[in-house]
Design a protein around this ligand. Structure first.
Ligand SMILES: [Zn+2]
Length: 235
């Protein structure tokens, strides 16, 4: 019973929420309230507005702001607005996401590219080449199986180079994709922060102005009371 009495109804969508989550229409910053008034002209200043409606109109306001400044909105802009409306965090680590999504072939390419680009591989490879040549010049241990000028070795080296190039390209392409995701995420986070700060500014200015108005009203009241008291003392 007490929980029921502590709930209220939103003036816009009519949904029921705990009273503490409501905010009167007059306390919303100008842009957001302007959007609301355009849809609901009969809205009173103390009409209770639920969080979902506030988020919806705030989004409309920010969307209009963005559109006015930049024209057509991109997929990324919409993702930012969605995240602003829902209050969810934006994806923080796009690199990790891309890593998890890679296929077996891509993972193998990454590993091979990493191995091929290491000092260990270079030194090991140089040792194998030197050993191959030494064996085929001296004929020790296994005899001469690829005499000077090492045609079999040449064939193997060119085969290796032919295989290595596409593997490196595969790995590079994935790296580029990762970089793209990262920069997209940076853009989204920056845009969201900018919009949030702008909205905070609006709200703060709105509240300062309102506080000033109230202060003035209180002062006027005090002066009136003082004048009344002075009048009463004289009379
Ligand atoms: Zn509502």
């Amino acid at each position: 019973m007490t929980t029921h009495s502590a709930r209220g109804t939103c003036a816009l969508c009519g949904s029921s929420h705990p009273l503490s989550t409501f905010v009167p229409a007059s306390s919303l910053a100008g842009g957001t309230r302007g959007r609301m008034l355009a849809d609901w002209p009969e809205l009173t200043p103390d009409a209770p507005i639920c969080p979902a409606c506030r988020a919806r109109y705030r989004r409309q306001h920010l969307e209009a702001l963005l559109e006015a400044e930049r024209g057509e909105l991109t997929r990324l802009d919409h993702a930012v607005l969605d995240s602003l409306e829902s209050g969810r965090m934006l994806t923080q680590e796009p690199g990790a996401e891309a890593d998890e999504a890679r296929t077996l072939g891509e993972r193998a390419a990454d590993r091979l590219a990493r191995l091929g680009g290491s000092w260990g591989f270079l030194i090991g490879f140089a040792l194998v080449l030197a050993l191959w040549m030494a064996v085929n010049v001296t004929g020790l241990v296994v005899g001469i199986f690829d005499p000077y000028p090492f045609i079999l070795l040449n064939l193997m080296l060119s085969t290796l180079a032919a295989i290595q190039a596409p593997i490196i390209m595969m790995s590079q392409r994935r790296q580029e994709e990762k970089d793209r995701l990262r920069s997209e995420n940076d853009y989204k986070v920056n845009l969201k922060a900018e919009l949030e700060i702008r909205h905070l500014h609006e709200t703060l200015e709105h509240h300062l102005a309102r506080q000033w108005e109230r202060l003035e009203a209180i002062q006027r009241l005090q002066i009136e009371l003082l004048e009344e008291a002075a009048g009463g003392a004289e009379g």
